[in-house]
Design a binder for this molecule. Structure first.
Ligand SMILES: Nc1nc2c(c(=O)[nH]1)N[C@H]1C(S)=C(S)[C@@H](COP(=O)(O)O)O[C@H]1N2
Ligand SMILES: [Mo]
Length: 196
């Protein structure tokens, strides 16, 4: 059982939870790129691996720290030839039920990951497996689960939660979070949470 399930991390299924078969799974990469790509699961596993320890922090008031394993965003970018005029990235779930757009500069961060494991175990389907984004420097709604499409674009646009009133920037604001690791409510000062 993953740490997320053990700690009973809340599960969000906005846009529906797709069922994904690894044999036929393809991660589509397109938009402003020289060449579109469709990566198979084998190809994803063959990419450079990283593990990062970070806190995923939901605007709805809880957060969880874990070791996430997958492909660092900067390593992922090395496999694609992106048009330098692209400055945002659209992430869409398999089947298209959920989407969110992130400025490229926020992704250029050492702890941004395309993740397939958490604390050494495959990410369970309800927590976004087989592949999800982990973007610890922005609110959790920017970390798309069941990642199906990555598109490079040259503008900001809405997404599932952004169209329902949450900020398009996704910047973590000062306030409080319920830390589910320690089961305590703690103040946060805005931006990535590194102090606990
Ligand atoms: N496809 C999809 N991705 C999603 C969501 C969702 O509902 N659907 N919820 C987002 C929100 S609001 C948060 S806080 C995190 C929560 O991750 P968890 O459901 O694994 O705890 O996933 C984000 N990614
Ligand atoms: Mo969230």
């Amino acid at each position: 059982m993953s740490i997320l399930k053990e700690l009973k991390a809340p599960i969000f299924k906005a846009g529906g939870m797709p069922s994904i078969d690894l044999e036929s799974y393809r991660l589509f990469v397109g938009g402003m790129v020289r060449e579109e790509k469709r990566f198979s699961w084998q190809e994803i596993l063959a990419m450079p691996k990283s593990t990062v320890n970070c806190r995923l922090i939901s605007v709805s008031g809880w957060s969880v720290r874990a070791d996430w394993e997958g492909i660092g965003w900067r390593d992922f970018l090395k496999q694609i030839s992106v048009d330098p005029k692209a400055n945002h990235v659209r992430f869409t779930s398999v089947g298209g039920g959920y989407k969110t757009v992130v400025p490229s500069e926020d992704l250029d961060h050492p702890r941004v990951l395309l993740a397939y494991k958490v604390n050494g175990e495959p990410i369970e389907p309800e927590y976004g497996g087989p592949l999800r984004m982990v973007i610890p420097n922005l609110w959790g709604y920017k970390s798309c689960k069941w990642l199906g499409r990555i598109e490079f674009i040259d503008h900001m646009e809405g997404g599932y939660w952004e169209d329902r009133g949450y900020s398009q920037s996704g910047k973590i604001e000062p306030g409080f979070t319920f830390d589910i690791n320690s089961q305590t409510r703690r103040p946060i000062s805005g931006g990535e949470v590194i102090e606990f």
